[in-house]
Ligand binder design. Structure first.
Ligand code: CNA
Length: 248
């Protein structure tokens, strides 16, 4: 059996799967990742006149100049953006009672749209937002029209409304630190579409690798942690998922 076949078998037989996802699981539906071959990091700095690419998600920079973030956000939404084969498969794993926990770094809400509930969006989500001046809470629907034009949404107090996503320089949600302390039980960890470079999130799947729980990484490119995983498959995530779902 080759590594792909072994990984497929492990995924099909898992009863308590931990899944950790990154931007690469959403590239096939048109949401660009950061560090992939067509990633935003190569272009975002120039397009939005940023001092460095990460500034678009840096809280200090956002406080001075929120516009680039909202210009970029415009591109992350749209009616055409729908869950992929992989998102749907992970929702199916949960429906079958085989998901221990899904932790996503993604802010695109596609796992939720696909039907996953047992998940931690460790870098937050666009689904709700908060005024940076008075703290008033908003739902996506309140600011969606303004964001879809790439404009800055303002609160009635005059403050900028910021979607509740985690910027560089901000804390992750408490529930993430809780699972880092006490990781849910698992018989398999599957990391997909992530360069495993953003900490502390990337440390989560590695906890299981260190405990010698069977582990799989599906990612188009090499990562600095490939050697931590039992099976590493450098392939498109949806092409791989099709093989998992194929009737054997
Ligand atoms: P990243 O650093 O951009 O890495 C993505 C990885 O996915 C790269 O190594 C690619 O090789 C790989 N990849 C791209 N397409 C595919 C594919 N079709 N199949 C398999 N692998 C693929 O992204 P990370 O998630 O690791 O970095 C964490 C950041 C990115 C988080 O803070 C996210 O919030 C942020 N981000 C999220 C989104 C989103 O929500 N969709 C988009 C862009 C950035």
């Amino acid at each position: 059996m080759n590594d792909t076949d072994k990984a497929i078998e492990l995924i099909r037989n898992a009863k308590k799967m931990v899944v950790f996802t990154g931007a690469g699981v959403s590239t096939n539906c048109g949401v660009p990742d950061f560090r992939g071959p067509n990633g935003l990091y190569a272009t975002v700095g120039k397009r939005f006149n940023l001092p460095y690419p990460e500034a678009v998600f840096d809280i200090d920079y956002f406080r001075q100049n929120p516009l680039p973030f909202f210009q970029l956000s415009k591109e992350m939404f749209g009616e055409k953006i729908q869950p992929t084969i992989f998102h749907k498969y992970i929702a199916q794993v949960e429906a079958e009672g085989r998901l221990s926990i899904l932790v996503t770094q993604n802010i695109d809400m596609l796992h939720t749209i696909a039907g996953n509930k047992k998940q931690i969006e460790c870098h937050g989500t666009y689904s709700h937002a908060t005024c940076t001046r008075c703290g008033k809470h908003y739902q996506l629907a309140d600011i969606e029209e303004t964001m879809s034009k790439g404009e800055i949404p303002y609160c009635s107090c005059g403050g900028v409304i910021k979607p509740d996503i985690v910027f560089f320089g901000e804390n992750l949600p408490m529930e993430f630190y809780d699972i880092m302390q006490d990781p849910p039980e698992a018989d398999l960890v599957l990391a997909a579409g992530t360069s495993l470079t953003v900490y502390p999130a990337a440390g989560f799947p590695l906890l299981y690798c260190k405990k010698k729980i069977p582990s799989i990484l599906i990612n188009m490119q090499n990562t600095q942690y490939d050697s931590y995983f039992d099976y590493v498959i450098h392939e498109d995530i949806d092409e791989f998922t099709k093989k998992v779902m194929k009737k054997s």
